[in-house]
Ligand binder design. Structure first.
Ligand code: BES
Ligand code: MN
Ligand code: ZN
Length: 482
């Protein structure tokens, strides 16, 4: 059910609202709640201290009232988003809710961005993937959210921007959640085309003939074992007067069996999510008009499945990548870097000011950083810092890892310019990063290894199990500040 957002003047909780949600600050809670008719004794009995995210469902004057703690710390956009998501979780079975969350947190982050963050939180929390369920669960009832705001807020602008961002994230989640047999490269490309239709984003999709003409040797090598054609998706946002250009590149392996270097069953189970990088790049395309950055943004997604079979790439095979470098493939399961080699080469040819790639690239990154944190590597301190800041603003966690020169020789091949794996399993995330670096031609570049956070096995208030849309909000933050 679509949710409409309305705002009302600055009133803590007004009587005509159907379901007041009082967002309270620690310390001032009892006093601030008197006007909402919440009994202090009840708060004490329930040990409600307004700790961050703490919830208490009660009723005042015949209406449900949900108290959500905001804690002592100054509000941030992330905390507002999270509290709004908690609110959604508490009231989604009701039809309408009104909340003071925005006025309560407007001082800290500005009213406009407090409102945007709250709307984003509600919409992100309301995402469900039910397109493959025979009988979908009862849909949530919540269809109206009234947010009290201080004067001077542009509600329509906030709704448009936050809805745009949330729909980009939802698209990325959908794409990650779709099974490999449902979402082939051509389906991923069709979804991207549909997502930008009617917007100011231009898009082209290269089919296998065009991919051959363009000499995308890495994408063709990975695709060799598949009966399904590869696709390269290329979209662009080019506002008038833009001076700077950033290129986003995503790994779009719609299913990763490992190829002839076949994965064991256990390791293959979640490999429908191996297009999480491409999903982030496509999700960003879907949202970019709502954010309307004033730099040029180009998105490239390199899409194919990775399959074994009589025509598949064999260990020891050598291909020539788009930039002319030859690569000896010793393990066909290290395929993401092969398709990215071409994507990054294309990006570098555009002589951009920055390149950012996203890829579910290495299991080693999940070993190092766990499920929630992306590995970040790059060749330019300034761009590294910008991406770190964007990720922090989006509350998507990243951690800077090195690209040690010393390890580069592990990629030396006896027969070609490079081989596609390091000497052993140690430092597998870093040798993968060093491999990618061979294709960016000294342009400022950051690589995000999102093997962990692209999907989650644990539901949170902002995201159910499955695809997370990780990267979309970081990229949108990055391009809007670029
Ligand atoms: N798609 C995988 C990486 C991955 C693993 C993503 C676990 C999410 C969860 C990637 O293509 C891969 O198979 N990488 C190999 C590289 C190795 C062969 C050098 C890996 O990590 O084992
Ligand atoms: Mn693989
Ligand atoms: Zn893969």
């Amino acid at each position: 059910m679509p949710i409409t957002f309305e705002t009302s003047g600055f009133e803590f909780v007004s009587g005509d609202m159907d379901v007041p949600v009082a967002a309270v600050e620690r310390g001032i809670a009892p006093a601030g709640l008197e006007s909402a008719g919440v009994d202090e004794v009840l708060l004490k009995a329930n040990e409600f201290e307004a700790k961050p995210g703490q919830k208490l469902v009660t009723s005042t004057g015949g209406q449900a009232t949900v108290l959500i703690g905001l804690g002592d710390d100054e509000a941030t956009r992330a905390s507002i988003r999270e509290r709004a998501a908690s609110m959604y979780g508490a009231v989604s079975s009701l039809e309408s809710v009104s909340s003071a969350l925005v006025v309560e947190s407007a001082d800290a982050v500005g009213a406009q961005s407090a409102l945007e963050s709250a709307i984003e939180g509600v919409l992100l929390a309301s995402y469900r993937f039910e397109e493959l369920k025979g009988s979908p669960k009862d849909p949530a009832a919540l269809s109206r959210v009234v947010l009290s705001v201080p004067d001077g807020v542009d509600t329509d602008a906030a709704v448009e921007r936050a809805s745009g961002v949330a729909s980009g994230v939802a698209l990325a989640r959908d794409l990650v959640n779709r099974p490999g047999g449902t979402l082939r490269a051509a389906d991923l490309a069709a979804a991207a085309v549909a997502a930008v239709e009617g917007s100011a984003v231009d898009i082209e999709v290269w089919d296998v003939e065009r991919i051959r003409e363009e000499r995308l040797g890495g994408l063709l090598a990975v695709n060799a074992g598949s009966v399904h054609e590869p696709r390269l998706i290329k979209w662009s946002w080019r506002p008038d007067g833009a001076e700077r250009t950033i290129v986003l590149v995503g790994k779009g392996i719609t299913f990763d069996t490992g190829g002839l270097s076949l994965k064991p069953g256990e390791g293959m189970m979640n490999m429908k999510t191996d297009m999480g990088g491409a999903a982030a790049v496509v999700g960003t395309a879907a949202a970019i008009a709502a954010v309307a950055p004033n730099c040029n943004v180009i998105g490239i997604a390199c899409c194919t499945d990775n399959q074994p079979g009589p025509t598949a790439l064999m260990p020891g095979d050598v291909f020539t990548a788009r930039n002319g470098k030859t690569v000896e493939v010793l393990n066909t399961d290290a395929e993401g870097r092969l398709v990215l080699a071409d994507g990054l080469s294309l990006a570098a040819e555009m002589e951009p000011d920055a390149i950012v790639d996203l890829a579910t690239l290495t299991g080693a990154c999940v070993v190092a950083l766990g499920m929630d944190i992306a590995g970040l590597m790059g060749n330019d301190d300034d761009l590294v810092e910008k991406v770190e800041e964007a990720a922090a603003a989006a509350s998507e966690q990243v951690w800077h890892l090195p690209l040690p020169d010393k390890y580069r020789k592990q990629l030396d091949s006896d027969v070609a310019d490079l081989k596609n794996i390091g000497a052993g399993r140690w430092g597998g995330t870093l040798t993968a990063g060093l491999f990618l670096q061979e294709f960016v031609d000294e342009h400022p570049w950051v690589h995000l290894d999102i093997a962990g956070p692209a999907a989650t096995e644990e539901a949170s208030e902002v995201c159910p199990k499955g695809g997370t849309g990780f990267g979309v909000r970081t990229l949108l933050e990055l391009v809007s500040e670029f």
